[in-house]
Write a protein that binds this ligand. Structure first.
Ligand code: SF4
Length: 453
């Protein structure tokens, strides 16, 4: 008999190059197995399983608990359809869901889906462990902290907050069930050196998610633990890593010291590896990044978001246009390739702000090394996610449309709206070609990254 089946849902438009080792289910499985529970993982995304293939695999599983990872907001409707399908097929196991969107939408999910038993809110390791213990013992499970459940007959929902996982080193290293799959495909191996972010950008759910259980919004593995995970994977033949932290560097001097120590440990261990990171612009420091490059840093995702001072203020980015440019110049000067996180359009973007942002970006692309290649989408529009300040602002202003399955909004400036509509129409017409081109560009970038090592 299997205790828990964890399923990472597939999202079909995700490009194959973006299908990465899933750390969410891997951390959960490891925490459960350490306590002696039997766990299987289905990564429907990595295996590129269709809806019916995923449903069939779950229906045939003897697991007592089925945990679905709704890791993208766009997967909420897909997850709901899957739960209904499983119940129709006669599945009687406990079904729970988790990840960012369910954490903020637990009430809507429980009210809309009679087949859903519970929602794991926030970081799931200890909550899922307690749920598994109770279900396996046949004990009541509706009073578990961190688990949202129905209460009473009137559509009520209850959630008792569980404290955050403050000491990440207490968690066992993630389960490596899909490592052979990654190796066979010659892909990068994802690891996590920290969780969360100290930034409070209005469009981002990272900080609210990691503050669900209180404690610091950014928490990290020790440098020694990071090194030991890398060494264990290196011994298995892995050379290329994606450090999937929301913000690798972390706050202030402590964050930079930790990053420095990790680089020093990798160099001292003489590991020939390459890796990429994501960070804020105000964490980019020439000396630190030169050291990280020596340790194997080959790509940075840089959260620039805008080169309009008013847009940066509206996003609560807490950096200046000049800091954005300076960070790009440091990375360009060190010849570290970078991708720009950039939001050109949001509901209250004025035509003047759009013009300012696109003009300054064009200027930066002309003078800053690497900036031209860093932009992925010149007309990117903000995605409104549950739990974010921007979702709340739009809701209060009665500008938020849709429901928990997906939010939309209208652009207040008519010229911005027309521009967005025109781009959307063009993209719909050229999507198949764009997908092929984007895939080719990504493959090329990753090939370059491997070859520069
Ligand atoms: S800096 Fe990045 S990860 Fe941090 S809150 Fe802002 S967008 Fe989110």
């Amino acid at each position: 008999m299997l205790d828990v089946l964890l399923v990472k849902l597939n999202y079909e438009p995700v490009l194959s190059a973006e299908r990465e080792f899933d750390l969410g289910t891997a951390y959960l499985a490891a925490a459960l197995r350490r306590q002696g529970f039997t766990v299987e993982i289905i990564d429907a995304s990595l295996e590129e399983l269709s809806f019916s293939q995923t449903a069939a695999r779950i229906v045939n599983s003897p697991a007592k608990i089925i945990g679905l990872s709704i890791w993208l907001h766009r997967l909420v409707a897909y997850g709901e359809r899957l739960i209904a399908q499983l119940r129709r097929a006669g599945v009687t196991s406990h079904i729970t869901v988790g990840s960012h969107s369910p954490t903020f939408l637990y009430a809507e999910l429980l009210r809309a889906n009679g087949g859903l038993d519970s929602v794991v809110c926030g970081e799931g390791e200890w909550t899922l462990l307690e749920l598994t213990e109770r279900v396996c013992q046949g004990a009541p499970w509706t009073d578990i902290a961190g688990l949202a459940v129905r209460s009473g007959e009137d559509g009520g929902v209850r959630l008792q907050v569980r404290p955050a996982v403050c000491e990440l080193d207490e968690l066992p290293p993630p389960a490596l069930d899909y490592l052979p799959h990654i190796k066979k495909r010659g892909q990068f191996m994802s690891i996590l050196t920290s969780r969360g972010c100290y930034g409070k950008c209005t469009f981002c759910s990272t900080n609210p998610f990691y503050r669900t259980g209180g404690g610091k919004p950014w928490r990290a593995h020790s440098p020694e633990r990071v090194l030991s995970e890398i060494q264990a994977l290196h011994a298995q033949g892995i050379r290329h890593f994606g450090w999937r932290d929301d913000n690798f560097i972390g706050p202030g001097r402590t964050g930079k010291e930790r990053a420095r120590r990790i680089a020093e440990l990798i160099l001292a261990a003489q590991l020939k590896i390459s890796f990429y990171i994501a960070c804020r612009v105000d964490d980019v420091d020439r000396e630190l990044f030169a050291l990280l490059k020596a340790a194997g840093l080959r790509q940075v995702f840089l959260g620039v978001e805008s080169l309009s001072a008013r847009r940066l203020a509206a996003f609560n980015k807490l950096v200046t246009v000049e800091e954005n440019i300076a960070a790009m110049q440091v990375l360009g000067g060190l010849e570290i390739p970078y991708t720009l996180g950039y939001i050109m359009l949001s509901p209250d973007t004025t035509w003047a702000e759009y013009r300012e942002s696109s003009t300054r970006l064009a200027e930066a692309q002309r003078i800053v090394p690497g900036a031209e290649r860093g932009l992925q989408d010149a007309f990117s529009a903000v995605e409104v996610l549950p739990g974010t300040a921007i979702a709340e602002e739009l809701r209060n202003a009665k500008l938020l449309r849709g429901d928990h399955r997906g939010y939309t909004y209208i652009f207040l400036d008519v010229r911005v709206r027309l521009l967005h509509n025109a781009i959307t129409m063009l993209r719909t017409l050229t999507r198949p070609l764009a997908r092929v081109l984007a895939e080719a560009v990504r493959k090329e970038a990753r090939r370059e990254m491997r070859e520069t090592k």
